[in-house]
Design a protein around this ligand. Sequence first.
Ligand code: HEC
Length: 148
Amino acid sequence: MNNKLALIAIAVLLVGGAIVTFTKPNAPKNMSMNGHSTPQGPVFTVSDVKVPALNLTEMRGQAAYTDNCAACHGERGIGTEQGPPFLNRVYVPGHHGDASFFSAAQNGVNQHHWPFGNMPAQPQVTTGDLKAIVAYVRAIQSANGFAQ
Ligand code: HEC
């Protein structure tokens, strides 16, 4: 191969590499594509999270979420060292339907997807607040690309 051809070959490889690098989905690095791996701690920062205009129910949910869920699931669902983020494929509606939120709060959750330990039941949260929490979480998820 003469020098010119070698240079062209290198240029093609570089451009190809750049295309692959820049077209990758903007997925957090410590998460597998099916979302079943076990990232440690938050992946998003609060300022990364887009908050859509919230309706009254979603606003009620935001308040109840902040009081009862955010200590572990993080402000705006970003997760903490105590619990998983809801901004994650694992928790899209098709994977964890709304019923799983009621069940989690009413019965608690045994550790199964993550290394955070069990989720204790949250019996203090009313059904009305839970409905609102689900509405809020779904609003945040869908505004940040986790609609389904
Ligand atoms: C003390 C920490 C803590 C609090 C408070 C908490 N969670 Fe959790 N939650 C967890 C952990 C840890 C898991 C992950 C369990 C696993 O899959 O390994 C979890 C999982 C879940 C799941 C997934 C359930 C499933 O079927 O896999 C839902 C839904 C959920 N939490 C909703 C809530 C809601 C709603 C609140 C507030 C009312 C809340 N959590 C408060 C720690 C917490």
